[in-house]
Ligand binder design. Structure first.
Ligand code: PEP
Ligand code: MN
Length: 343
């Protein structure tokens, strides 16, 4: 249920409504919009009639039900787009954000070389897996804490923010010690213990869509994180499984405007896992911008043919740099800007 406060509601009136919501067994979730405050009453609660009765409270403009099963992350609850802040970087705001780097952190030289290259090409965030969820148990599983330390060293050197995956709930604390954004991989989108733990983490979360998950399931997973206390969630379309085999996954670009309609959370696209092929990164990235994405996450490796994971979809630094130059023009058309280049 949404309790919309009048634009001149006082702080006491807002607190009074929140207190009643708690007494009725719901959790109040406050959203301060530009014009007025709305309070979401989420949770099981004991009686919706109690919430309806709040309509007569001083300062309350209206009480309306939230129709979607996800509440906090829905546009119904918050009509304005949300911005996720990572230090001085805003994701979902005027700047188009590009996260780039290797699939896996392999060695210091590999990571530093990639970090310098993606930084000078204009990326704002360095990606790189230190904990890798691999299909085969015999494949490289990641450098773990050693990889996290290398990512932190790359941040020191370049000033790039760091996004890296946490594969289990137990790893959340150590990953949060080193990373700026915690990534949930496609294979873990419905790992509810992990999502709950991330709800209590003090870091933004990049939530990737499960390869067989619907948009509604993605938003319900985001709701898990938000309802446990962390609404700093970035959604990521990374391709889904279909009958098509020409690409590694089927990049569901229509998911971007659908998510933008249903949710206020920022949405980024992963053309690397979404297509699985180096040659498709450029067209898929342009399409992602045109269709309204807030950013991209792209795999880059200094020597893709030697990569320990996902070489076939990794760009070389010169290829990445060339694509970034071209993307600036498209971002301009969308009246955003990409790292300094004004629309
Ligand atoms: C990755 O980002 O390297 C990764 C494993 O992605 P996904 O979870 O989307 O497969
Ligand atoms: Mn990968």
């Amino acid at each position: 249920m949404i309790i919309a406060m009048k634009s001149d509601a006082t702080e006491e009136q807002i607190e009074d409504v929140c207190e009643s919501i708690r007494q009725y067994g719901y959790t109040p979730h406050l959203i301060r919009g530009e014009e007025r405050v709305v309070i979401g009453a989420v949770g099981k609660g004991d009686n919706k009639d109690h919430l309806h009765s709040l309509r007569s409270r001083p300062g309350v403009a209206d009480v309306v039900p939230i129709l979607q099963p996800y509440k906090i992350v829905s546009r119904e609850m918050k009509p304005e787009k949300s911005v996720v802040r990572v230090g001085d970087l805003e994701i979902g705001g005027a700047e188009f954000v590009v996260m780039a780097g290797p699939c896996s952190v392999e060695t210091r030289d590999q990571l530093m070389e990639t970090a310098e290259a993606v930084k000078s090409a204009g990326a704002q965030v360095l990606r790189g897996g230190a904990y890798k969820p691999r299909t085969s148990p015999y494949d490289f599983q990641g450098l773990e804490v050693e990889g996290l330390k290398l990512l932190a060293e790359a941040r020191e050197r370049t000033g790039l923010k760091i996004v890296t995956e946490t594969v289990t709930a137990e790893d959340v604390e150590v990953v949060a010690e080193y990373a700026d954004i915690l990534q949930v991989g496609a294979r873990n989108m419905q790992n509810f213990a992990l999502l709950k733990k991330l709800g209590r983490a003090n870091r933004p979360v990049l939530l990737k869509r499960g390869m067989s998950s619907t948009i509604k399931e993605l938003l319900l997973s985001a709701e898990y994180i938000a309802s446990h206390g962390n609404d700093q969630v970035i959604l990521c379309e990374r391709g889904i499984r279909t009958f098509e085999t020409a690409t590694r996954n089927t990049l569901d670009l229509a998911a971007v405007p659908v998510l933008n309609e249903l949710s206020h959370l920022p949405v980024i696209v992963d053309p690397s896992h979404g297509t699985g092929r180096r040659s498709l990164i450029r067209p898929a990235s342009k399409a992602a911008i045109a269709i309204g994405a807030d950013g991209l996450i792209i795999e880059v490796h200094p020597r893709p043919q030697e990569a320990w994971s996902d070489g076939a979809q990794s760009l070389t630094p010169p290829e990445f740099s060339e694509i970034m130059m071209e993307l600036r023009r498209y971002v301009g058309l969308e009246s955003r800007y990409l790292n300094g280049a004004l629309a």
